[in-house]
Design a protein. Sequence first.
Length: 260
Amino acid sequence: MCLILFRFDPSNRYPLVVAANRDEAYARPTQTAHYWPDQPHIYAGRDLQAQGSWLGVNQQGQFAALTNFRDGQQTTHSGPSRGELVTEFLRQQQGGLDFLTKIRAKADQYQGFNLLIGDQHQLWHLSNRSHDLAITELKPGHYGLSNHLLDSPWPKSEQGKLKLQHALNRPQQDWPFALQQLLLDEQSYPDTELPETGVSQEIERLLSPIFIRSEHYGTRSSSIVVMDRDRQELLFQELNYPLGDKTKQKSHQALIAINN
């Protein structure tokens, strides 16, 4: 997962609205979002190589999502997969602060990550690349999380947050389509605005749009999550792009009742 745009506001009828793109090698085996047979209360996509996930929800109304922290200098890693962090939170149905406190104690076992977890009442963030390993409870607002720290001013994150706000100013029934269109944006940015993450300038350019396409790597899927407090349900919509081809887009969605 390489970009998560979201609004969090526990006082709103829709306390959490998420629009996210997963960028990955096209060859990496993946299952689209579904109820997991071995964890039937989890609804999420599944990485079949490491058996974790990048974004998902459970029937208790909990949400979890992950982005990698881009570091061109990182070495070969033999520790656990970052995707298990999403899976473990959704499986354990534990409070966000307690879960992240446990994860922080072993955060150095993983490659660089950002982990976002919570529910309609609280939302938490932890990165094992922040200087103090701070666990942050998020205040109401609009946020962007890409492959650096939360709200780092990368062009696609900043533009994405603005586009998210515009989308959510439309009537609620228009949100899914507006968020889909946001996530298909292939605008690139001048070199002077791009971050320096230890990769080549050519790769920085390639990775700069919200929607990424290249020969072997790009945006594999988009996820839209809308929590409805009044109905006590979650809308989870996923769009998949075979080999990054938007013209062959496949979509499906689920309405998930929240069992409190």
